[in-house]
Design a protein around this ligand. Structure first.
Ligand SMILES: Cc1cc2nc3c(=O)[nH]c(=O)nc-3n(C[C@H](O)[C@H](O)[C@H](O)COP(=O)(O)OP(=O)(O)OC[C@H]3O[C@@H](n4cnc5c(N)ncnc54)[C@H](O)[C@@H]3O)c2cc1C
Length: 470
């Protein structure tokens, strides 16, 4: 029987995983990617000195069971470096680092919360918010969907200290300030981070750059399957006839030779490629916008951060949202100076700022919290402006949004971290979405599907959630 010809749009994690999961015996797969490097948001490369460059900090959260299992199946387990699980918060006004101790168990997390410097009333309100999150169902999430994080926190009477701590999550996870971010998305994240039965002992970093330990194994698997990844081929248009896509136009060529298309493009890109008359049929996609993120990789001649924690801030008098010293994780950097990865997740206000202005502000704030930075010599830096990076979750993200893998077009499947996965952002979601699309095709061919593990929550929280949401 002739092989099924599959065209995958977008060579990010989700698209590469779909492609890597389709065996050569039955499928012939081509991935079209606009960038110079595959990997999308986890892409990386070597600079002219051979130093690894990448886009972000890349934390694996404790519920990332499918991500870990995938690389085990590929025979290349991820080189995980567990964190101590705590949140280290750079408090701008206090000019102090405050630790919020958490642990994989709910009891441990509550103990950390009690020790956190915050008014007692706020601690009680925090418990209420954790309760809201733990007892959230998919249907329940829709109740909070029209709210912003700030409006939700105000409805729970959170004081300024508590609001400041919690709004950090909306910036680092949703790349939006609290007054813009979806409360449902915030609560979903809180449920997963505080309430899931974890696969990993704590959040983890990787001891190698993502392009080596995450992207390359997928490219190798695609090659073994006889598939192909075509870089620097931006897709410009999808041509339709009836209920089928008949042509995918890139800047280089027109592709007509396929049976199925898997779109693993970000939501805001996917909509623009559809013919005008179809766009109203994907109405909710019109609401999606992309975040504007700046990342800065700074190389110092000596160690300027004493540990490998991820420090986060609420942007109160601090320009960046998160910072880490990769020297403490990456094997290849052992014994060298520091390599800092700095993230400005919600960076629209710096869109027009020159690189030097951003660098100076980052340096000023670094010296406030990490005085040793002042003793180090900055040898080089690489500033990336990601104008089109990931899909923001503003209010109304969930209600009525089309995010299913199968679409009403007979030969189009949709993947990507923004689609219907247990949590709608991050590497785990990209994995689940990629596997789901591949599984549909495997099933149609009567082939065994790849296992997809569900996120597990303790039975008592599930019972409470059912009771609360009827
Ligand atoms: C700075 C940063 C830090 C992050 N930190 C974490 C973290 O700590 N933990 C975590 O779990 N997740 C993190 N993420 C998110 C995580 O990396 C993503 O959720 C995941 O990689 C998304 O994969 P994807 O395949 O769904 O989408 P993408 O990686 O966005 O892939 C989409 C692909 O489509 C391509 N594309 C777009 N338009 C076109 C076009 N017209 N033609 C052809 N190709 C096109 C893009 O170039 C891209 O390669 C971070 C992301 C960023 C940017």
């Amino acid at each position: 029987m002739a092989k099924k010809r599959v065209l995958v749009l977008g060579g990010g994690m989700s698209g590469l995983i779909s492609a890597a999961s389709l065996p050569a015996s039955e499928f012939s797969v081509t991935v079209l990617e606009q960038g110079q490097h595959a990997g999308g948001q986890i892409r990386g490369w070597e600079d002219k000195d051979g130093d690894a460059m990448e886009t972000g900090i890349h934390v694996l959260f404790p519920w990332y069971a499918n991500l870990v299992a995938l690389y085990e199946r590929l025979g290349q387990p991820l080189p995980l470096v567990p964190t101590d699980g705590n949140f280290y918060i750079l408090n701008g006004p206090l000019k102090k680092i405050v630790a919020l101790e958490t642990s994989p168990s709910l009891v441990g997390t509550l103990r950390g919360l009690l020790a956190y410097p915050m008014p007692v009333l706020d601690k009680l309100r925090f418990l209420r918010i954790i309760f809201d999150a733990l007892t959230l169902t998919a249907k329940g999430a829709e109740r909070y969907d029209h709210w912003t994080v700030s409006a939700y926190l105000a409805s729970r009477k959170a004081g300024p200290e508590l609001t400041a701590v919690l709004e950090i999550l909306s910036v680092t996870i949703q790349a939006l300030f609290g007054w813009e971010a979806s409360a449902a998305s915030f609560l979903k994240f809180t449920k997963h981070v505080f309430g899931s039965e974890t696969q990993l002992e704590a959040s983890c970093f990787l001891s190698q750059p993502t392009h080596r330990c995450m992207v390359q194994p997928l490219l190798d698997a695609i090659e073994r399957n006889g598939g192909e990844v075509r870089l620097e081929e931006p897709i410009e248009k999808l041509v339709l006839e009836g209920d089928r896509i008949v042509e995918v136009k890139t800047s280089q060529a027109g592709y007509r030779d396929f049976d199925v298309v898997i779109s693993a493009l970000p939501a805001y890109v996917f909509r623009k490629l559809l013919p005008g008359e179809l766009q109203p049929q994907f109405p909710a996609l019109c609401r999606f916008q992309s975040a504007y993120v700046i990342t800065l990789q700074m190389h110092y001649d000596r160690l300027v951060l004493d540990d490998g924690h991820c420090y986060i801030s609420n942007r109160d008098e601090v320009i960046f949202d998160a910072i880490i010293d990769k020297t403490h994780h990456w094997d290849e950097l052992q014994g060298q100076g520091s390599v800092l990865q700095v993230l400005i997740d919600n960076a629209r206000e710096y869109r027009d700022a020159p690189d030097q202005v951003i660098l100076d502000r980052v340096n000023r704030d670094l010296k406030t919290f990490f005085p040793k930075v002042g003793e180090g010599q900055l040898q080089k830096y690489h500033l990336q402006r990601h104008a089109q990076v990931f899909t923001e979750t503003r209010p109304n993200y969930f209600s009525g949004v089309f995010r299913e893998t199968e679409t009403f077009l007979s030969n189009l499947l949709v993947a990507g971290d923004w689609t219907s996965t247990p949590y709608h952002y991050g590497m785990e979601s990209a994995v689940v979405a990629g596997l789901r699309a591949a599984n549909l095709l495997l099933k149609r061919e009567g082939l065994p599907e790849q296992e997809i593990l569900d996120v597990k929550f303790p039975r008592f929280t599930e019972m409470l959630a059912r009771w609360r949401c009827g």
